[in-house]
Write a protein that binds this ligand. Structure first.
Ligand code: GLN
Length: 546
């Protein structure tokens, strides 16, 4: 459609958490829906090489791509909105930039020059920004700059944007600046001053915003838009209101109403048309008009921070819409769950998901939860650590291996039913060394999984070091828990099921990463359906066979 790739930079001012990722994803959706091949990239100004080593309390979930990159959770939004896979190129951190510059220096590639932030770090940033553009796969690349302008750590990024804007030329690169227009209830007024200051800060670095997206709790009146336009050097139609929405999935339509796509395309000298949001809007209708409701328990140790389980929560929204039900999530802290209170906390639920995680904290609560739902026939989905807990629970309580455990939690257990993968045994570094990304899995005929996926061969994304210990496979299978999905090369158990149970599936991989608005994940869709059936058929809790 276009010969040169166009670049859109999204910066943030005034405060963090304004939703740059959602604005970028919504704009991308509108451009994609007009036929432009669009991708989004996130530049994060922290020094970790990737977020894989970060605690979820820091930045929420770590999102994993097909190519095994551990990335910022915003990439999940990009994929959910666009239904196009992202890759390592879509997320770059300051750590990664410095790492590659320092590696080049060690290889002698700078030919004796002094290596400096300007130009070497900024050149590396510019190179990383243009990798996606130069691939030939995209008409438009949206680059979201993490952090807030004015922060010391953002300076090299803003300088790289300044240079790129200049080098790429007018109509080829624009800057959207996202700010906050706060409402002071005592004065009864919306205030523009923080936005003016933030635009000024950007200008001090030589970057002029082309479009302002103003986050607000109240409608921006016309005179205020004009005032902002006049003081911030943008046209009045380039002052875009981003009002609080009841769901992030409303934002593309809100941006369409504000004309963000039109303003952007005009500035990039590209044609605009009416975006085709038919499928998107059909999803929204189903999402907003559920016929029924199910309550699903989400059992994890980070439940107080919803961002930790972002992709799981979004996958339930997609699966709920697909089933035309509202999925009410009840977050249950695994540290507060015990064998004594499991019934109280779980008996009213229509399904239980035991979440992924690392380390010992809260795992006994997860095991108690699995026992309860297994014995009471409540639909169960275990993801990664959740699947491993299901195997431990079964080994302890059905096979009678009292001290069955994962060697992650107890290295000395005499029954390591979950054990460190052979390939992990020589690894000492923590960053980027797990079994990551998409791996093949073969599904067994007659399994729930085969029935759900309607194929024998799937590829799902992973992030783990431990695995089902195949030394116990025969014993566990003989007792009734079946390994129904296996990696064809290594025999690694990817899926376990209990056929005698109502609906019991544990997966070593993370299905939540691949659920999108256009393609709700079949496993979540089937799980929500099982929860709905359970609700309809089992108003009173019934005992399972084993
Ligand atoms: N801690 C477990 C492992 O490393 C599970 C990881 C996860 O839940 N993502 O295997």
């Amino acid at each position: 459609m276009t010969t040169t790739t166009k670049y859109i930079f999204v910066t943030g001012g005034v405060t963090s958490s304004l939703g740059k990722g959602i604005i970028a994803a919504s704009l991308a959706k509108l451009l994609q829906a007009q036929g432009y091949r669009t991708t989004i990239q996130k530049l994060d100004p922290y020094i970790n090489v990737d977020p894989g080593t970060l605690n979820p309390y820091e930045h929420g979930e770590c999102y994993v791509t097909d190519d095994g990159a551990e990335t910022d959770l915003d990439l999940g939004h990009y994929e959910r909105f666009l239904n196009v896979p992202t890759s390592q190129s879509n997320n770059v951190t300051t750590g990664r930039i410095y790492q590659s510059v320092i590696e080049k220096e060690r290889r002698g590639e700078f030919l004796g020059k002094t290596v400096q932030v300007i130009p070497h770090i900024t050149d590396e940033i510019k190179h990383r920004v243009q990798i996606l553009g130069k691939s030939g796969d995209y008409d438009i690349v949206i680059t979201e700059i993490g952090g807030t302008v004015g922060d010391i750590e953002s300076l090299p990024y803003v300088e790289a944007v300044r240079q790129l804007k200049w080098e790429l030329g007018e109509n080829n690169a624009i800057v959207i600046h996202l700010t906050l227009v706060p409402y002071l209830s005592a004065a009864g007024e919306l205030k523009t001053k923080p936005t003016q200051h933030s635009v000024k800060t950007l200008m001090e670095s030589g970057v002029m915003a082309d479009v302002l997206v103003c986050r607000t709790e109240h409608e921006l009146p016309t005179d205020l838009r004009h005032k902002l336009a006049k003081f911030c050097n943008v046209r009045p139609e380039a002052v875009i209101q981003s009002i609080d929405a009841s769901t992030i999935y409303d934002v593309p339509n809100l941006m369409l109403d504000e004309g963000l796509d039109k303003v952007v395309l005009k500035k990039l000298a590209l044609d605009s048309s009416l975006p085709d949001l038919t499928q998107w809007n059909q999803f929204l209708i189903r999402h907003k008009n559920p016929i029924g409701e199910v309550t699903i328990g989400l059992i994890g140790k980070y439940v107080e921070l919803q961002d930790s389980y972002k992709s799981i929560l979004e996958a339930f929204i997609h699966a709920g819409a697909e089933n035309e039900v509202k999925v009410k999530i009840e977050s249950i802290h695994s540290e507060h769950l015990t064998a004594d209170n499991a019934a109280d906390k779980l008996k009213h639920l229509h399904g239980v998901l035991v979440a992924p995680g690392f380390g010992e904290r809260g795992i006994e609560g997860k095991i108690d939860a699995v026992k309860y739902v297994r014995e009471h026939n409540i639909p169960f989905l275990g993801i990664c650590l959740g699947m491993q807990m299901a195997v431990i629970e079964y080994s302890r309580n059905v096979l009678g291996l009292d001290d069955a455990n994962s060697t992650e939690m107890n290295e000395d257990t005499s029954n390591p039913v979950i054990d460190l993968m052979e390939s992990q045994k020589t690894i000492t570094d923590k960053g980027g060394t797990m079994r990551l990304g998409a791996w093949d899995c073969e599904l067994l005929d007659g399994s729930i999984s085969k029935d759900i996926y309607q194929t024998n061969a799937i590829k799902e994304r992973h992030r783990h070091r431990y695995e089902f210990n195949n030394d116990y496979k025969a014993q566990i299978e003989a007792a009734g828990m079946k390994a129904t999905g296996l990696n064809p090369e290594t025999g690694l158990v990817e899926i376990v099921e209990i056929p005698s149970h109502n609906w019991f599936v544990g997966v070593q991989y993370h299905p939540e990463y691949k659920s999108t608005v256009a393609n709700p994940h079949p496993l979540f869709v089937a799980f929500v359906k099982a929860a709905l059936n359970f609700k309809t058929n089992n108003n009173s809790v019934s005992m399972a066979q084993n």
